[in-house]
Design a protein around this ligand. Structure first.
Ligand SMILES: [Zn+2]
Ligand SMILES: [Zn+2]
Length: 645
């Protein structure tokens, strides 16, 4: 038998007989500590089980990359393996009356879909977790077997696992791989951890309905979600964060704080802003408009519908059709609800001849767009069918591109910081396989984006080939207080629309040229951004954003008139205040104000009336010494100024 040369990436190398496994090579080439952490190995672009024979890799020299539990890949394998473990436990307990579907790993855990009449309950979770532990203690190996498609179909048909049969029938290869964990067999590509003793730390999280293959016409399955980690501490932190996230759920807080509502009568995915939410939105919009004014932008307003032909010219009818609502007939002409604002801004551009002297043109609009999303994916303010983009389009000359991107970045990060987000990840996406525009344009623009990022000293990750077909882009994902990432800002260069709409300007040479067009949204959509804000602040907005900054309350009826007078004065001076003059106990009123997370309570008794002052109580419960009404107004204004400048 020929020997195979094995080298660990950046490490030792040695000859091994062909029938030796990857595990044997790893055992000899790695230190004890590293070896214990290793759950699989990378060979080129593929990941393999440790139990794989070296000669099955078909290479004379194998470069092995150990995959450890501390890596994302390793954690993914751990979670995916735990999905098998859970499915085995479910089969062990409920076997005869259910069928298995699929069980992948996901961002923070894994799930497995089951077809079972009876819904899973919290008691079931405990039983399943206990059963999983039995398998873990048994240290049962994951065993891989490659069989022909026909054999696999026969095997699963015999078991009555029709979902698996359906999947195998669609596989084009002649063979498929099966994995066995004890008596539980699953169709899977692998790899997995060597045996079940690696799967010590796991927890079932929740159950939800899921259509087979995500199609509403198919059977509704039960999706059991779980998570797994390499150590107990990480699981504990994850569960704590999950609890915290539940408390901060914007749908729950949105209701409690009376910010927004969604009505069945109006339609799913369509947001109705309650007075307090509308005020919150106005504050954000005002701030946004002021900042854009300071940064030399001009404001536009455009309609919500346009002739269908506009969307033919823009190309949206071809490449964006599935996200658009059906068109409507107006005087025998087809019209379309807008999914984007861009063509309107272009129409304004094209309404007159443009000269290079006008550039850059920076046009912004809080533009409301409508996009089709399946009901199943709609989620509070986060996924909706109508939303307002904080949109802008910039038209400039190629030599202005880098400066423009740099200006956008400055404004972008300033706005995010004002809202309390100073942690973010920046991505630069470059030319994909299918694209429009010349190679030269792509290169120069991508370079301009890079330069702008680098000159601002911003760290970024390159996403090669992930640009949109019409140009390179920068995406910014913000991190909230729980460390969760949210895609918000996007800055995109576009070579497509200027071409399609014949967007031109007269250059210094007196000839027509095509300008550079940039699309950008900083918050993304107001709906989603406000959803993120609610969760980030747990509804306790900073003073400049709080729809209600203060609530005034009397101790007895004797102070009612004074309260009304103070209320009017503060309202006149622009303080967002409300009053609670009900005949209730003071403690009750304070508790209620605290629940609605109002930053300041003004408590008025006889002493305050006599001295013409207010006693201020903070959201935290701390009491401030009595102060004049004017001083209180100044205090709030100063606090807002400290943020807004
Ligand atoms: Zn698997
Ligand atoms: Zn656009």
């Amino acid at each position: 038998m020929s020997e195979i040369n094995v080298q660990v990436v950046d490490g030792e190398q040695k000859q091994f007989p062909g029938d030796a496994t990857v595990a044997v090579a790893i055992a000899e080439l790695l230190s004890n500590k590293q070896r214990k952490q290793t759950v699989a190995a990378g060979v080129g672009d593929t990941l393999v089980d440790l139990s794989v024979r070296l000669d099955s890799l078909g290479l004379d020299t194998v470069e092995l990359r150990p995959v450890t539990l501390s890596s994302d890949e390793g954690l993914d394998i751990l979670r995916h393996s735990t999905a098998h473990l859970m499915a085995k436990a479910v089969m062990d307990i409920y076997g005869p009356d259910l069928k298995i579907a699929i069980g992948p790993s996901i961002d923070d855990g894994f799930y497995y879909d089951f077809d079972r009449m009876k819904p899973f309950t919290p008691e079931d979770f405990e039983a399943i977790e206990a059963k999983m532990l039995e398998t873990v203690r048994g240290g049962i190996p994951f065993e891989r077997e490659v069989v022909s498609r026909a054999e696999a179909i026969e095997l699963f048909e015999k078991k009555g696992e029709l979902y698996k049969v359906e999947l195998i029938k669609e596989i084009e290869d002649d063979t498929v791989s099966l994995y066995q964990l004890g008596d539980f067999v699953d169709l899977c590509r692998g790899p997995h951890v060597p045996n079940s003793s690696f799967l010590q730390v796991y927890k079932l999280i929740k159950v939800a309905g899921a259509y087979w293959r995500g199609d509403e016409k198919n059977a509704m399955l039960q999706r059991l979600y779980g998570t797994a980690f390499a150590d107990k501490k990480m699981l504990k932190k994850y569960l704590n964060d999950l609890e915290e996230a539940k408390k901060r759920d914007h749908r729950k807080l949105g209701k409690e704080l009376n910010l927004f509502t969604i009505s069945d009568q109006v339609g799913p995915g369509l947001i109705l802003w309650q007075p307090k939410g509308a005020l919150l939105r106005k504050l954000i919009e005002d701030y946004w408009k002021d900042e854009h004014y300071k940064h030399d932008y001009e404001l536009l307003y455009t309609p919500h519908i346009a002739k269908l032909d506009l969307w033919k010219t823009s190309g949206h009818l071809d490449f964006y059709n599935e996200n658009m609502f059906s068109s409507m007939d107006i005087d025998e002409v087809q019209y379309q609800l807008k999914p984007m604002n861009c063509p309107f801004h272009i129409a304004i551009y094209n309404s007159q001849m443009r000269s290079y002297r006008e550039f850059p043109l920076r046009w912004c609009e809080l533009g409301t767009v409508y996009r089709y999303e399946r009901t199943g994916v709609l989620h509070g303010l986060m996924r909706v069918r109508g939303f307002t983009q904080d949109d802008a389009h910039i038209f400039c000359r190629p030599d202005q591109l880098e400066d423009e991107i740099s200006n956008i970045l400055e404004l972008n990060l300033k706005i995010l910081e004002t809202f309390g987000f100073d942690q973010y990840d920046i991505y630069l996406s470059t030319r994909p396989e299918k694209y429009v525009g010349s190679d030269e344009h792509w290169e120069k623009s991508t370079d301009a984006l890079k330069q702008a990022l680098e000159k601002r000293g911003l760290e970024y990750q390159l996403d090669p080939g992930e640009g949109v077909f019409y140009g390179p882009k920068i995406d910014i994902k913000i991190k909230d207080v729980l460390g969760r990432s949210w895609q918000c800002s996007t800055i995109q260069v576009d070579f497509n629309l200027p071409e399609r709409f014949e967007v031109n300007y007269i250059g210094e040479d007196g000839k027509e040229h095509q300008p550079i067009m940039i699309h950008r949204a900083l918050m993304g959509s107001l709906e989603r951004f406000i959803g993120v804000l609610i969760e980030n602040y747990a509804g306790a907005f900073p003073i400049w954003l709080a729809p209600v900054q203060a609530r005034i309350m009397n101790i007895t009826d004797a102070q009612s008139e004074y309260c009304k007078k103070v209320y009017r004065e503060l309202r006149q001076s622009g303080i967002r205040i409300e009053k609670d003059l009900r005949n209730e106990k003071l403690n009750y009123k304070i508790r209620e104000a605290q629940l609605t997370k109002i930053p300041y309570m003004l408590v008025i008794g006889d002493r305050e009336v006599e001295s013409d002052t207010v006693t201020v109580r903070e959201r935290s419960g701390k009491n401030l010494p009595p102060m004049s009404v004017e001083d209180f107004a100044t205090k709030i204004k100063d606090e807002c100024k400290a943020v807004l400048g």
